[in-house]
Each structure stands twice: as structure tokens, then as C-alpha cells.
Design a protein around this ligand. Structure first.
Ligand SMILES: Cc1cc2nc3c(=O)[nH]c(=O)nc-3n(C[C@H](O)[C@H](O)[C@H](O)COP(=O)(O)OP(=O)(O)OC[C@H]3O[C@@H](n4cnc5c(N)ncnc54)[C@H](O)[C@@H]3O)c2cc1C
Ligand code: SF4
Length: 288
């Protein structure tokens, strides 16, 4: 199986804007790309995980200004059903060129809707830029709350950033404290649907990005489709990204490949296990 999907180029990159980098999760690739695309007229709005009613609970949002895109920076490690507002982006907001960010499963939902637009007429042909983000697993809001509050001992109201890396779940507070717990503690909180997911690096994005493979503050970027390639080249020429060859940075693509292989192999086994779960019958396999 192809662990990293199809791509034209892979680089390490970060935004050249210190304002964007200040609160972005990694190299600010998603935020910078959407702001650039908005200013250039490549998109006229973007679906992002905006701030919700409770702390760190994302709310899918149609952002039509750079300020709204900036307000959605950073990773919220719980479910944000970004695809849910795709119709609204076209029908209510009247967008003709829609940008959307999402996890690998959300990129799959998008491409499926584009190929089989059931109930999506005149919507999915308006997608102008799909930004995929790497994803090992996700959590429900309740799970994230328990991980941060009970295990990391941090109130969600004082949380500045959460991150998963180097085998740990990290919680940073607004006042500068850092808590970390081993990832094995968080496993029981993962959403069970993630255990049959066979995509780590958002194979279906026009461009996909994540932290793994690049140094802190930088992102690993796969430029995948012709559309993604055209937009990426223009953005780099315009000077909004600083770019390095992926084989010039540590830990580089070997680690991305290793993690993708681990995720896919583990979840393939889970699919096989679920197929034989009952007596003479099993759970449905969505891939066949
Ligand atoms: C659940 C989850 C698991 C992840 N796992 C990994 C991993 O294993 N390895 C890895 O390298 N990277 C992982 N990432 C990606 C990483 O955390 C960053 O999102 C990515 O590197 C983009 O960083 P950035 O600085 O370019 O983005 P920013 O410029 O900070 O923008 C992030 C964008 O993501 C959107 N977003 C935030 N939370 C969510 C969400 N829950 N669902 C959908 N969209 C959201 C925001 O609206 C924003 O537009 C994961 C992200 C999520 C949401
Ligand atoms: S692990 Fe897969 S199913 Fe779960 S949120 Fe990430 S991309 Fe979606």
C-alpha cells in the first residue's frame, strides 16, 4: 500500500508572516495559504474550524475575511465536522470559490461528494482549494476535556495549545506551564471510528500538511494535485512561504513514512479483526 499517497513535491515550509506564526500550530501553512488565496481571489472564503461556544470546542465556520481565518488558527484535538457547512458556504454565503481544511477523512468525504454529488448539486464544483492536515487519531470533546483537565491537570480556560508529538500529549497554558502525559494514557479516549482509518497524510488534499518530519515551527507539505501545485508555486513566488528541501531537514520523510505505515498496518489489522467479530458474521467493512 502507498503510505504517503500521490504527490508532486514534498518540502519543509513555514509562513514568512510572524503574525501568522505567532498562534499557528506549526508552520502556519493552512492559515497563510487561505489568507494568500483570499487576497489573490483564488478563493472567496474558506471553511475552517472556528472558535465554538465552549473552550477548545471547534465550530465549523465559513470564514470570508483574513481576520476570521486567523481566529481559527491552531489545532483543536476534537471533532470539527467541517464538511457539514459545505452547502451553506455556497447557498447561504454565496461563495463561488470555496477553500476547505480538514483531516484525511474529511478530504475523503469531499472527494466522494465531488464524484457522487448526492444532495450536493451545484456545491462541490465550487471547491477551489482543499487543504488536508495529517491525522493519527481524533477525540470527542468530552475525551479532550478529560485528557486535559483530569490527566494533564490544566483547566481548558487556561489552555494555550495542545500538541501530540514525541510519544506524548502536551498541554501548554497561557501562563507558560507545560504538562505532558504518555500517549498510552490517551488511547482509550480515541474515537473508535479512527481505528479503521487508512490515511495518515491526507492523500486527497490538493495540498496536505502536518508537523511530523519537520523541525518545531516548520511544517511538512505535500503538494499533490495540479490545482494545488499551481497555487503553491504562485504563493512561494509571492514570498509568503519560506521553503527547504525535505531531505535537508531532520527527522524528514523517514519518520512520516514510519508513522504512516504504523497507522495503516494497525488499522488494517483492526478491520480484519472486526470482520470476524461475531459468530459466523462480522462488522461491515466500509472499504469493500
Ligand atoms: C485531530 C488532529 C490530529 C492530528 N494529528 C497529526 C499527526 O499525527 N501528525 C501531524 O504531523 N499532524 C497532525 N495534525 C495536524 C497538525 O496538528 C496541524 O493541524 C497541521 O500541521 C497544520 O498546522 P498549520 O500551522 O499549518 O495550521 P494553522 O495555520 O494553525 O491552521 C490550522 C487549521 O486547521 C483547522 N483545524 C483545527 N482543528 C481542526 C479539527 N479538529 N478538524 C479540522 N480542522 C481543524 C483550523 O481551523 C485551521 O484552519 C493533526 C490535526 C488534527 C486536527
Ligand atoms: S484518524 Fe482518520 S477517521 Fe479519525 S479523525 Fe483522523 S482522519 Fe478522521
Amino acid at each position: 500500500m502507498d503510505m504517503l499517497g500521490k504527490y508532486k513535491t514534498c518540502v519543509a515550509a513555514r509562513s514568512t508572516s510572524s503574525e501568522i506564526l505567532k498562534s499557528s500550530q506549526d508552520g502556519g501553512i493552512v492559515t497563510q495559504m487561505f489568507i494568500y488565496a483570499l487576497e489573490e481571489g483564488i478563493i472567496d472564503g474558506a471553511i475552517v474550524a472556528g472558535p465554538g461556544d465552549e473552550p477548545w470546542k471547534p465550530k465549523p465556520m465559513v470564514a470570508t475575511t483574513p481576520e476570521e481565518i486567523l481566529a481559527a488558527r491552531g489545532t483543536r484535538y476534537n471533532i470539527s465536522p467541517n464538511m457539514a457547512v459545505i452547502k451553506e458556504s455556497v447557498r447561504k454565503y454565496g461563495l463561488d470559490k470555496v477553500g476547505i481544511v480538514g483531516t484525511p477523512c474529511q478530504m475523503q468525504a469531499l472527494r466522494k461528494a465531488q464524484l457522487y454529488p448526492v444532495g450536493m448539486r451545484y456545491v462541490t464544483d465550487k471547491i477551489a482549494l482543499a487543504m488536508g492536515i495529517f491525522c493519527m487519531e481524533n477525540f470527542s470533546y468530552q475525551s479532550m476535556k478529560q485528557i486535559v483537565e483530569d490527566h494533564c491537570n490544566v483547566d481548558l480556560h487556561s489552555l494555550k495549545k495542545t500538541d501530540i508529538g514525541k510519544g506524548k500529549y502536551w498541554a501548554y497554558t497561557n501562563r507558560g506551564a507545560v504538562s505532558q502525559i504518555p500517549l498510552k494514557v490517551t488511547h482509550k479516549y480515541e474515537q473508535p471510528g479512527c481505528h479503521v482509518c487508512l490515511d495518515y497524510v491526507a492523500n486527497m488534499g490538493d495540498i496536505s500538511t502536518g508537523s511530523v518530519g519537520s523541525p518545531d515551527g516548520w511544517s511538512t507539505v505535500f503538494v499533490r494535485s495540479t490545482n494545488g501545485d499551481n497555487i503553491w508555486k504562485k504563493a512561494v513566488e509571492a514570498g509568503v512561504f519560506e521553503v527547504k528541501a525535505i531531505d535537508s531537514v531532520k527527522p524528514g520523510l523517514d519518520l512520516v513514512t514510519k508513522l504512516a505505515t504504523e497507522k495503516i498496518t494497525k488499522n488494517q489489522k483492526e478491520l480484519e479483526h472486526r470482520a470476524k467479530m461475531g459468530v459466523n458474521k462480522g462488522l461491515r467493512n466500509p472499504y469493500i
